[in-house]
Design a binder for this molecule. Structure first.
Ligand SMILES: CC(C)(COP(=O)(O)OP(=O)(O)OC[C@H]1O[C@@H](n2cnc3c(N)ncnc32)[C@H](O)[C@@H]1OP(=O)(O)O)[C@@H](O)C(=O)NCCC(=O)NCCS
Length: 163
């Protein structure tokens, strides 16, 4: 597991595309990945990027885990768990007090202690950023996202979510 560098942009893009069948995983252009590169970690196996995840600090306290994607050939080997745990550790290290994510796989993230929350807990600025990302998606992803098919979750162990 290591922080992503510019040399990983293509591989991150490949990992997102490889999991594109999962409509809850937002796709990102190379440009967007490059812009947010500091957010990403990559999992390496035998010199290859087999997974990625991002931790985006909306504010110092408010931190989102996103873009968790594992090479389909490496699913079920603990790569996803290592990525989620790395993000959680990093969030705690940086003093984030509200760690959250939006997912189509709530049962998967519940394994790590994430619990459901209302998306209305998110500050409007954060919701707007999410909406912008939704609108960058191919059209067939808009509907499930805008119809609220994603489950929003947060980590209660940190501290209470903002009112
Ligand atoms: C979800 C994902 C990240 C999991 O990565 P992974 O490396 O395969 O997961 P791990 O090996 O760490 O964990 C596998 C365990 O999670 C369980 N699991 C996998 N998907 C699950 C789901 N949707 N709901 C509940 N449990 C799930 C497996 O049954 C397995 O359980 P076990 O350890 O008891 O055998 C991966 O499948 C993926 O990249 N999916 C497509 C992209 C995606 O959906 N990302 C999340 C979007 S928000």
């Amino acid at each position: 597991m290591r922080r992503a560098t510019a040399a990983d942009v293509e591989a991150i893009h490949r990992l997102l595309v490889a999991n594109a069948a999962d409509v809850s995983l937002f796709q990102q252009s190379d440009d967007r990945i490059r812009r947010d590169l500091d957010d990403f970690v990559v999992a390496i196996e035998a010199g290859q990027q087999v997974g990625c995840a991002a931790l985006h600090h909306h504010t110092r306290a408010n931190t989102e885990i996103l873009a968790v994607a594992v090479d389909p050939h490496a699913h079920g080997r603990g790569v996803g768990a290592a990525l989620v745990r790395a993000c959680m550790t990093d969030a705690a290290r940086t003093g984030a007090t509200f760690v959250w994510l939006a997912t189509g796989k709530p049962d998967y993230f519940a394994r790590y202690g994430f619990r459901r929350m209302s998306k209305w807990r998110l500050p409007p600025r954060v919701v707007l950023r999410k909406v912008r990302l939704v609108l960058e998606q191919p059209m067939h992803r808009w509907l499930p996202a805008l119809l609220g098919r994603h489950t929003f979750m947060w980590l209660p162990e940190q501290t209470p979510p903002p009112i």
